[in-house]
Ligand binder design. Structure first.
Ligand SMILES: [Zn+2]
Length: 392
């Protein structure tokens, strides 16, 4: 047996650009406008009556939406869109995303119905939208009747995805005068190939990720951004003005985006290398990272545990997409054990970056040594958990 069957399904969004004729574009614009006018009406009704769930709201507004010229499906989608928006708002209020109860911002948001822009996106299901992949056209319901043969552009890869995996609703979206359809595709992960060995990955701070091959992914850029961010925060918190708070929030988002970009890039490189060499990936079980790592105080602030978890999950996700095996190993003593002879000793690790075995003399960068231990544990762990497969 050389393949294991995995049945997880990933939802991906394929975005294609529509190339409508001027007449078609006018019909699309009128349709979005009608849908969002209707959504604002339904939203106001939900606000005044308190019927913010789909079923209750439907009783209040369905007839009126039909009377305004929306089809049955479209009316239903408008109601669902409004109900979903109120559910999201409720969750955001509960999580304190608009400030504490009684704050000016929260009171303003709670005090009026949710508003939809005239060109806000609108979902279309298979009864209102059909795809002709071979001719690269769609046919879509509009307030001016069914518009056929609206051309779209897509890459060969996107066309295959649409033809094989598209399922459910697509959102019609207008951005900067351009028209798009965002189609949901449900893609099953490929079977995981039996690995020829494992690549170990050690997660750290100075080096965000180090592989057992000796490749170190430096966190220099990320740590520099965080350092600047921390200094700015200290300065602005002293000010505590409204604009300072806004700026802080914007900076926090920017830092999170930068960390996510860095993590994506690193995860991609690691998974690509494992795939190329036919190996699986061994990761530390991330649960214990915060407890395990002892750091000087300024570094403790740098250590965002969510960023570790994010990198771990990006690697796991990309590995699953590529059919690369992932195994999680016990992280205990990976930094103190010798990856050549197995000798465990605190003194093996004289400094942050260096490893030198007091028993056999093996010397290596400390993170690389740890990654080699993780790789070895991956091999052992895989053998144990797949012994039954080999016997079969
Ligand atoms: Zn040794």
């Amino acid at each position: 047996m050389d393949q294991r069957v995995v049945c997880s399904i990933v939802k991906l969004v394929v975005q294609v650009r529509l190339l409508p004729t001027p007449e078609q574009a006018a019909a699309l614009a009128a349709t979005l406008s009608a849908c969002n006018t209707a959504a604002n009406f339904a939203s106001a009704t939900a606000f005044t009556t308190g019927a913010r769930r789909e079923y209750g709201l439907r009783k209040h507004v369905y007839r009126e939406l039909k009377a305004r010229g929306l089809g049955a499906q479209t009316a239903q989608h408008v109601i669902k869109k409004v109900a979903d928006a109120y559910t999201t708002l409720k969750a955001n209020l509960r999580n304190g995303n608009y400030g504490p109860p009684g704050s000016a911002r929260r009171t303003a948001i709670e005090g009026k119905p949710i508003a939809f822009r005239a060109q806000a996106g609108q979902p279309f299901d298979d009864r209102c939208l059909s795809w002709q992949i071979d001719t690269r056209t769609v046919s879509i319901w509009t307030t001016a009747g069914r518009m056929r043969d609206i051309a779209f552009t897509a890459s060969a890869e996107q066309l295959t995805m649409l033809a094989v995996y598209r399922k459910g609703e697509s959102d019609l979206v207008c951005r900067d005068g351009m028209w798009f359809l965002c189609a949901t595709c449900q893609v099953p992960d490929p079977p995981v190939a039996t690995p020829e060995g494992f690549m170990g990955v050690d997660l750290g701070i100075a080096n965000i990720a180090t592989t057992s091959d000796g490749k170190r992914h430096s966190g220099r850029g990320l740590n520099a951004v965080r350092h600047r961010q921390r200094q700015l925060r200290a300065r602005l918190q002293a000010k505590a003005t409204k604009s300072a708070k806004r700026l802080l929030k914007r900076r926090r988002r920017k830092e999170a985006r930068f960390a996510a970009d860095t993590n994506h890039t690193i995860a991609k490189q690691i998974v690509t290398e494992a795939e190329r060499t036919g190996r699986g990936i061994a990761l530390e079980d991330l649960g214990g990272i915060r407890d395990r790592v002892r750091l000087r105080k300024p570094q403790r602030v740098t250590l965002h545990s969510w960023s570790f978890h994010q990198l771990g999950s990006f690697i796991a996700y990309k590995a699953a997409r590529a059919g690369v095996a992932v195994i999680y190993v016990d992280p205990a003593y990976t930094s103190q054990a010798c990856s050549a002879c197995g000798h465990v000793d605190k003194k093996n690790r004289p400094g942050q970056a260096t490893f030198c075995c007091t028993s056999c003399g093996f010397a290596e960068h400390a993170d690389v040594n740890a990654a080699r231990n993780i790789a070895a544990r991956g091999v052992a762990g895989w053998a144990v958990s797949h012994a039954a497969d080999d016997a079969a």
